[in-house]
Design a protein around this ligand. Structure first.
Ligand code: PXP
Length: 242
């Protein structure tokens, strides 16, 4: 049986465009309201250490004004932990973060960083925040998530999105198997990174996936068809695949 599939819209790149000119336009808050009106199920923001897109003031406005659940993507640092505990978003997705990378390249090494992550997962969970770990679709990382008692994992779909043909099919199988292993162990699966109108459906069709988080492509498409239409079209494609 398929779970309902939620769409979390990552609005980071509205802030990227705003920051290119240093002013207030386009406003990520306005984007969050459009996502709400267009049938998005959640707002995702990544407050990066270098604040290259979303800023603390954006998070503050979003947490005060938006009714949709907020998913805060965060590096496993004391600074971000403190911010998450202060705002208590619905969810916090722990991601790897390197200052020089263009985007989140590759999943978190939950297995290698157990001792560093364990107290963070515990403190976030105790604050009522639903913790997810952004990992590769890999049994070793899922086993680490189980040991860390993370209720959710988000599978990195970057390799799937950036490959084609047999390689893409193999990656889709890897994700399908990983989702099944997570489900067997009572962990909810999310997925995201690099998803587009063209490649979303095979991922959306995996029955145990509960949420997709999609950003760059939706904001890029919004330039041509508007943000509301971009979100609606993605929602429709996801529903049709289910
Ligand atoms: N999920 C996570 C954990 C991410 O870090 C990102 C990228 O910020 C996304 C989903 C969305 O990826 P994209 O912007 O390529 O849709």
């Amino acid at each position: 049986m398929s779970l309902p599939l939620r769409l979390g819209v990552n609005i980071d790149h509205v802030a990227t465009i705003r920051n290119a000119r240093g002013g207030e336009h386009p406003d990520p808050m306005r984007a969050a309201h459009v996502v709400e009106a267009a049938g998005g199920d959640g707002i995702t923001v990544h407050l990066r250490e270098d604040r290259r897109h979303i800023r603390d003031t954006d998070l503050d406005s979003i947490m005060r004004e938006i009714r949709l659940p907020v998913n805060l993507e965060m590096a496993a640092t004391e600074e971000m932990l403190e911010i998450a505990l202060r705002y208590k978003p619905h969810a916090a997705c722990i991601v790897p973060e390197r200052r020089e990378e263009r985007t989140t390249e590759g999943g978190l090494d939950a297995a290698g960083q157990h001792n560093h992550l364990a107290p963070m997962v515990t403190r976030l969970s105790e604050a009522g925040i639903r913790v997810s770990l952004f990992i590769e679709p890999d049994a070793r990382q899922i086993e680490a998530a189980i040991r860390l008692r993370a209720p959710v994992v988000e599978f990195h779909t970057g390799k799937y999105a950036h490959s084609e043909g047999a390689e893409q099919e193999a990656e889709l199988r890897r994700i399908t198997n990983a989702v099944a292993l997570a489900a067997k162990n009572g962990i909810e699966s999310h997925a995201g990174h690099g998803l587009t109108f063209e490649n979303v459906q095979p991922i959306a069709a995996i029955p145990q996936i509960a949420e997709l988080n999609i950003g760059h492509y939706l904001i890029g498409e919004a330039i041509f068809i508007g943000l509301e239409e971009s979100v609606r079209k993605m929602r429709t494609l996801m529903d049709l695949a289910r």
